[in-house]
Ligand binder design. Structure first.
Ligand code: ADP
Ligand code: ADP
Ligand code: ZN
Length: 216
């Protein structure tokens, strides 16, 4: 299965993707996570990308398309994968179509998680991320057992610079301008699944699975 998970920042893409890749045995490809891990490793790519990310701006299409291409073609051909947070612009969606064509493949579903602005802001300010493994928590909705420490690996939890209010506002604006148009791009193809993200983690996941069952 080839899935794409989209939605505004903080919609729950990462949280739901984590469960989907496990249950359906998919390779998780999150461009945001790839940039953050590259930064943590001290690589040039990550350091350059973070200059855009911290302010809530997008990394260039060129760089982003390139890391996805590498992941899909060079590091072992992936049969089944889930793309989380890519594409984020129509130009990226077109580039992805090109890659899929080369693979002779198509997307099975585009899962669009719908959340309103109030929910987004509350989710973003409480989000905490593990510096070591990237696992995501929430101070109120999904606290770790021990404050500031990852349950999975013992790593340190931190607040992303781009989860601070100024950056979040910019990200929401960019989402509306650059990313929302992709919804229309996929709508006509009969692969778009709109999911109500303003429910518990479990209810959102249940709805995604139900929608996937209905189309397969
Ligand atoms: P969120 O889960 O909050 O939506 P991500 O972890 O997916 O955020 O991405 C964090 C940041 O990384 C984005 O705000 C953007 O700066 C950069 N980024 C991630 N994916 C892309 C992409 N496909 N194109 C451009 N920039 C990206
Ligand atoms: P995205 O990848 O779309 O930016 P995340 O999965 O990182 O979103 O979720 C953003 C924040 O909101 C995280 O702190 C996460 O724990 C929390 N969160 C995600 N889904 C839900 C939900 N259904 N209910 C409450 N909190 C949620
Ligand atoms: Zn961890």
């Amino acid at each position: 299965m080839k899935l794409l998970v989209m939605g505004p920042p903080g919609a729950g893409k990462g949280s739901q993707s984590r469960k989907l890749v496990k249950e359906f045995n998919l390779t998780n490809i999150s461009t945001g996570e790839m940039f953050r891990q590259s930064y943590e490793r001290g690589e040039n790519l990550g350091i350059e990308a973070m200059k855009f990310i911290d302010n809530g701006n997008l990394v260039s299409d060129e760089i982003t398309n390139e890391i996805v291409r590498k992941r899909l073609f060079e590091e072992g051909k992936e049969e089944d994968f889930l793309l989380d947070g890519y594409p984020r612009t129509v130009a990226q969606a077109k580039a992805l179509d090109g890659m899929l064509n080369e693979m002779n493949a198509k997307l099975d579903a585009v899962i669009n998680i719908v959340v309103d602005k109030e929910n987004i802001l509350e989710r973003m300010v409480g989000r905490r991320v593990c510096r070591k493994c990237g696992y995501t928590y929430h101070t109120k909705f999904k606290p770790s057992h021990q404050e500031g420490v990852c349950d999975k690996c013992g790593g340190e939890l931190y607040q992303r610079v781009d989860d601070q209010l100024e950056s979040v506002r910019n990200r929401l604006k960019i989402y509306e301008e650059k990313t929302r148009p992709i919804i229309d791009y996929y709508k006509g193809r009969g692969v778009l699944l709109n999911i109500n993200g303003m429910q518990s983690f479990e209810a959102v996941y249940r709805d995604i699975k139900k929608a996937l069952r209905d189309i397969t």
